[in-house]
Design a protein around this ligand. Sequence first.
Ligand code: 3PY
Ligand code: MG
Length: 235
Amino acid sequence: MAKYAGRGLWHFLDSPAILATTSKMGFGWHGLDMQHGLWSEPQIISALAAAPKGNIAVRLRSGSYADIGFALDAGATHIMVPMVNTAEEAQEVAHAARYAPQGGRSWGPMSALFGAPVLNPQEANSRIHLSLMIESAEGLENLDAILGTPDIDSIFVGPVDLAMSLGTDVDSLFAAKDSPLGYMAKACHDRHIEVGAFAGSSVRASAFEALGYDWVATDTDMGLLKAGAAQALDG
Ligand code: 3PY
Ligand code: MG
């Protein structure tokens, strides 16, 4: 399992060209968002075939066997599953992401078409980094049980949905006296599970890092484009 660390860039725009350009700029990792971003399945296949190996995470639309199998067959080594709310859901996702006997993934190493080695099932299992997104009041309540599920590599916190589900906003989540954001980081580390989060700005990235988060999506491709455009017009 690859370890994750550092500041990543979140890609809403389905552009292998933006990925190729920004991947030379020193981000620790890149997140390709199929849930809310524009990435289609053919674009994900092209991006993974062309991308430098090992630092791409794909945020799936769901934790279904079909969505998990598609991304892994296409060569993703890090998959993020949104809205995991219960230990039962976590178990299903973990089962779908690994070949037997560890899990129930169906054999389909399609990334060999683009030159990736065909690994035996055990090797393939060991290279996968599985992140579960906790981003609801229910997920937070069940965090301890979810963390007890075998074969989970990371928790990835979605603060926007989490805040909405808790009836608050992201700034208030950070400001709360017993912030769930701090509790979540500690709960993960107590179980020796890595924890990441979507920040969306360098200020928020620093705030997550101060709480002990191992890796953060610092900014987004759209955010950087807008900031660059505003600067160009101001300058
Ligand atoms: C959230 O904050 O809810 C996210 O899913 C970030 O992408
Ligand atoms: Mg979300």
